[in-house]
Design a protein. Structure first.
Length: 241
């Protein structure tokens, strides 16, 4: 091999690496925007059910849209967080939340709720943010287990923030429909596939499909995580003798 051939080979490898890096970056952005739209819808709907005005709907939708990603970035030390570097994410969340109003007035929203499309949208947002959370954690140098945990937190974090701001117990803690379980299984599958010859795009698609499918079946067929019920009993010290 001549020196020119070696330089040509190095150039081709570098070009392939740059192409792969660019493709991964595009995939990450697509997943984040899709997740933000999905979570903004769920946040705006909860705000509407609570009787909030337009400002409350837009604010809650926007906060929920970036909530999981914000927790993710703080956990891995990626500061400033993603929406501070690129405020477009917040704008997309706000506009999506604002779009709920015409949907509600035209009756489209009622149809969506009848067919559980709202809950399925929330499931899609969770699936997308789980995968992006794993990606960010791995890129920050986290090991596989830590990346899985960050992915799960990223996926369910937005919903927890939404429910707390709406003054209700986070749904992930009550009748969770396997939210955290599905997120964990999907994140684990994604990390496993990344260690094989499967492309990153295909690995992400399979993980998102698994998480969404898991949640969708739980929603449609009412699968619930077993709960612990403790009834209050009278204090013996205060019982009449």
């Amino acid at each position: 091999m001549t020196g020119g051939d070696l330089l040509l080979l190095i150039g081709q490898v570098a070009t392939n690496d740059q192409t792969t890096t660019a493709a991964v970056g595009v995939l990450q952005s697509v997943l984040e925007y899709a997740g933000i739209i999905a979570f903004a819808i769920s946040g705006a709907l909860v705000a509407g059910r609570k009787g909030m005005d337009i400002a409350g709907v837009v604010m809650l939708g926007s906060i929920v849209a970036v909530g999981g990603g914000t927790i993710r970035d703080v956990l891995v030390g990626s500061l400033p967080v993603f929406w501070v570097e690129n405020p477009t994410f917040v704008i997309v969340g706000a506009l999506t939340a604002l779009a709920i109003f015409p949907l509600a007035r035209t009756g489209t929203l009622a149809v969506m709720q009848h067919f559980k499309l709202v809950q399925l949208t929330d499931a899609a947002g969770m699936a997308l943010f789980v995968v992006t959370g794993v990606n960010v954690a791995l890129n920050a140098g986290a090991d596989n287990l830590a990346a899985i945990i960050v992915g799960v937190i990223s996926g369910i974090g937005g919903g927890i923030v939404r429910d707390i701001l709406a003054n209700q117990i986070p749904k992930v803690f009550i009748r969770g429909h396997y939210r955290a379980t599905g997120a964990f299984v999907g994140a684990a599958l994604y990390v496993f596939l990344l260690g094989t010859s499967v492309s990153r795009v295909l690995a992400a698609a399979l993980a998102v499909a698994l998480i969404f499918g898991f949640r969708a079946f739980a929603i449609l067929y009412k699968w619930d995580v077993p709960t612990v019920t403790i009834t209050d009993e009278a204090d013996p010290s205060t019982s009449p003798t």
